[in-house]
Write a protein that binds this ligand. Structure first.
Ligand code: SF4
Length: 259
């Protein structure tokens, strides 16, 4: 299968998951939930993504955009803050797909959380923030925001193999960190890297850490490692692409297989 351009795909997907109603940008979501991550967090799962990760746990909603319902930032704010209040959480987030695809929607939502005590974790692949410095500058205005840039592999070759996107776009993930730090976000606290390590040999991980260090010395220390969780629908996807993780976990957190 030929590699794709994730910026072009972002434009296309954005059109099918975003709509304007009375001047307000609405985004498609497929569910709202509470959960144990980050010690307790209210989550809105969005539809649509500009990558096609072959280990994606939400591929039925990130690859395809026909499911889900449109919500305004105001309704999303109400849903997330009510889950957080009921369960006494400190955090809210968008997950499931790529939240940066609906820019105005995301910025309006962040604006609403500015007046709360909740912290908003933006989980992103960082491609659009790396591509457009101004996007990072716009995000930097929000005091309740923490950005978690999730790298898809530790080298450009891994990135291409894992996501299907052209390897030339891998650097945009590093650029996202740079743009956000340049815009004033504090590295290690307001912005930090996560990385999928299930498929990476040790030498590639070392090279990756060196690259992070060149951006800011604190970043390799604040990394959030990610490993594939072998839900049945994730196993199905890995099998389809003939991809075998070196390290993976069962949904109960038990190491599954190492090759
Ligand atoms: S970037 Fe995230 S949501 Fe998008 S395909 Fe990859 S794992 Fe799934």
């Amino acid at each position: 299968m030929p590699c794709f351009d994730p910026i072009e795909l972002a434009e296309k997907v954005s059109k099918s998951v975003t709509r304007i109603v009375n001047g307000v940008e609405e985004r498609k979501y497929y569910r709202f939930r509470g959960g144990k991550w980050y010690g307790g967090i209210a989550t809105g799962d969005v539809v649509g993504c500009n990558l096609r990760c072959k280990f994606c746990w939400s591929w039925r909603y990130s690859y395809f955009t026909n499911k889900g319902h449109y919500y305004s930032p105001q309704i999303v704010y109400m849903k997330l803050s009510s889950i957080a209040e009921r369960r006494k959480y400190r955090y809210v987030r968008l997950s499931g797909g790529e939240p940066t695809l609906s820019r105005k929607h995301l910025l309006s939502l962040l604006e609403l959380f500015e007046e709360t005590n909740l912290l908003f974790i933006l989980e992103t692949n960082g491609i659009l923030i790396g591509y457009d410095k101004q996007y990072a500058e716009e995000l930097s205005k929000y005091r309740r925001l923490i950005v978690r840039v999730s790298f898809k592999g530790t080298t450009s070759e891994e990135f291409e193999k894992l996501t299907g996107a052209d390897r030339r776009f891998y650097d945009l993930q590093f650029k996202a960190l740079e743009n956000l730090i340049d815009a004033g976000l504090k590295p290690g606290y307001q912005v930090y890297p996560a990385v999928m390590l299930s498929f990476s040999p040790e030498e590639n991980i070392q090279k990756f850490l060196e690259r992070l260090k060149e951006i800011h010395p604190v970043l390799p220390e604040e990394i959030d490692p990610e490993y594939v969780i072998l839900y049945p629908h994730v196993r199905e996807l890995l099998r389809k692409y003939g991809l075998k993780p070196r390290i993976a976990y069962t949904p109960k957190g038990i190491p599954d297989f190492m090759i």
